[in-house]
Ligand binder design. Structure first.
Ligand code: PAF
Length: 282
């Protein structure tokens, strides 16, 4: 497994791989790998001849007062896990090479897809994500790039962006990987105290309860959302950023749910912000 930090070097390495007909599979991450990332890498291993993992904690997608400095990092552990998943090449750039002095170019997807939900709570977040993902995709030039569905809105935004910019390569979204008790895997779960870890199960319980209501015939969003808010507020320890029922493709809110509806939620457990999502009738 090679570790490359230099942009020119990885570009040349990937161009050479393409030139000899290799399929490049790419998993972009911010490191501190967990089972969710590993599932992307295992799928990437099946789909590509050259499996590339990037590890870059992207400063532009963190807002003021967010956890950029505290974001968990452990390169040695990531390196070991990447090797176990059969990664060929880790791209591990520093912030100065991705955003050198004088850097002035940003990519942003306009409209409700980026201003709703996460975008409403974190107004500069998606501009940072789309900028870095565009840069990573143009550096690695993958045939296929894999993302987790836990960041449901991020995946929708990236699909929109790659379509609008005619970026080649397939974008693949893979299912959320959960702990045994249902908590969605996230690098941020390490921030949770024992009590917080317990309280955070309200997210998956809320999704389960909403799916049960829907499957029992309740199709009115407001009724499902009202029960969801009650469940999330029940312990008195979570603060809700949002809980919404949206069309899975447009992310517009729906008044009546159907097979295309997804519930999306974001809460704070202490200082830790957690997101989750799931279909109701899927
Ligand atoms: O999902 C993530 O880990 C990040 O948002 C991504 C896509 C690697 C961009 O920094």
């Amino acid at each position: 497994m090679e570790i490359i930090s230099n942009i020119k070097e990885i570009q040349t390495r990937c161009l050479n791989a393409r030139a000899v007909g290799q399929i490049i599979a790419f998993v972009p991450t911010m490191g501190f790998l967990h089972e969710g990332h590993l599932s992307l890498l295992r799928e990437g291993r099946k789909r590509g001849d050259l499996l590339v993992l990037s590890i870059f904690v992207n400063p532009t997608q963190f807002g003021q007062g967010e956890d950029l400095d505290a974001y968990p990092r452990d390169f040695e552990r990531d390196e070991r896990l990447a090797r176990e998943c059969g990664v060929d090449l880790i791209f591990y750039p520093d912030a100065e090479s991705i955003y050198p002095p004088g850097y002035a170019t940003y990519v942003s997807v306009e409209g409700p897809l980026t201003t709703s939900l996460e975008g409403a709570c974190r107004p500069t977040h998606f501009r940072g994500v789309t900028t870095v993902v565009t840069k990573l995709l143009t550096i690695v030039m993958p045939h296929v790039a894999l993302f987790g569905r836990k960041d449901f809105q991020q995946l929708a935004v990236i699909r929109r962006m790659t379509k609008d910019l005619n970026l080649p390569g397939e974008i693949v979204g893979l299912p959320i990987v959960r702990e045994d008790d249902g908590l969605a895997m996230s690098s941020r779960n390490v921030y949770l105290s024992d009590d917080g870890r317990n309280d955070s199960l309200a997210l998956v319980e809320t999704l389960r309860q909403a799916a049960e209501m829907a499957q029992d015939g309740e199709l009115a969003s407001e009724k499902i959302l009202s029960s969801a808010r009650q469940r999330l507020n029940a312990g008195g320890t979570l603060s809700i950023d949002y809980v919404k029922l949206c069309n899975a493709h447009t992310l517009e809110e729906v008044a009546t749910i159907d097979h295309n509806t997804v519930m999306l939620l974001a809460v704070k457990v202490g200082k830790t912000r957690l997101i989750d999502n799931g279909p109701l009738l899927g």
